[in-house]
Design a protein around this ligand. Sequence first.
Ligand SMILES: [Mg+2]
Length: 405
Amino acid sequence: MQGLEGQVLAHVDMDAFYAAVERLDQPQLAGAPIIVGGGKRGVVAAASYEARRFGVRSAMPMFEARSRCPQGVFLTPRMDRYRQVSRRVMEVLAGFSPLLEPVSVDEAYLDLTGTERLWGPPAQAGMAIKRAMQQATGLTCSVGIAPVRFLAKIASDRDKPDGLTVVGDLEIFLATVSLKEVPGVGAKARQRLGEMGLTRLVELRKLGPERLERVMGVFGHRLWDLAWGRDESGVTPGREVKSVSNEITLEADTGDRQVLAAHLLGLSQKVARRLRGQEFCGRTVTLKLKHRDHRLVTRSITLAQATDAAGEIFAAARELMEAYGAPGPFRLIGVGVSHLSAPGQGQTELFGAEKTGRNQALGRAEDAIVARFGEKAITRAAQIPASQASLDQGPSKGHNKVKPE
Ligand SMILES: [Mg+2]
């Protein structure tokens, strides 16, 4: 009826992750309202539950957080450290099922179907996950378990922090789900549906599929399924190691091709360096663009030959941008490389060994320079001044990304 018969899917979400890691590293901050954020966009990336009591929320401008919570401890994000802890988090989860799909640094889906003999029924498995996480990382997480993916996600959010929500009877749980909780239903859609007197997910059943699609556009079709508890999307394991990507949120939204190309170059260099650092080459280059209205677009191209050269990644990403053609403005741009293999593996001689060798030599020289002088030492002609954008990875960005093509 719902997803696949008898599925047990878990969604695990670390509680106030960045703030929790900061407290872990600075135990004297226990009990203090911790607010992590700032950077170029000047918004809150994470707030401890103590800070939330003052009304501080993620994505709130920092100045507002400061006025609501003047006694707060304000910290700048340390993405490298969060990624390091994130790896440990994912290792813990991988111990419970090989079907693990990280969706961000602090969040993952886990398919627990058929693990009952190992971990017991869902509630017991959930407790075991929480205990293991606490022991291995010193951090709390919230777990939702359901027969379908979207309800596992909603359930994990029900009882934060340190929560565990198991969806037993699908119909009973569905009846409690408000539209506000459903991923993908934005404020505008809620308003439109609200004007029709609809605030709960199950109430959409009254509309019928055609009307729902007229009101909601293409998303209406999926929403119709969700209203009946149907969600075919399972857990896609292992995506986290299959690609390397970097993205930046632009300081100001722009559609200027030259500015965007300059960012693409910087991002391509970063991705190339990370690939070389991990001794990977990749064949598929993905461009990611977020429109001003938050519409996310990804475009991919598969190269004849795997690469770890910034120039080749840049050329492909730029081509994708030109092919996409939409004028923007865009608020975020990203570049990823997937289909990874070790250098030399699966490479054809299409472009000739000489060119490959030279590109790789260039790349390695670049790595050496960065290692000696730091990131900012390398600036190429097409690159714009650093003031145009934050090349730092903002909150919830820059981790090894996870897009299937
Ligand atoms: Mg979280």
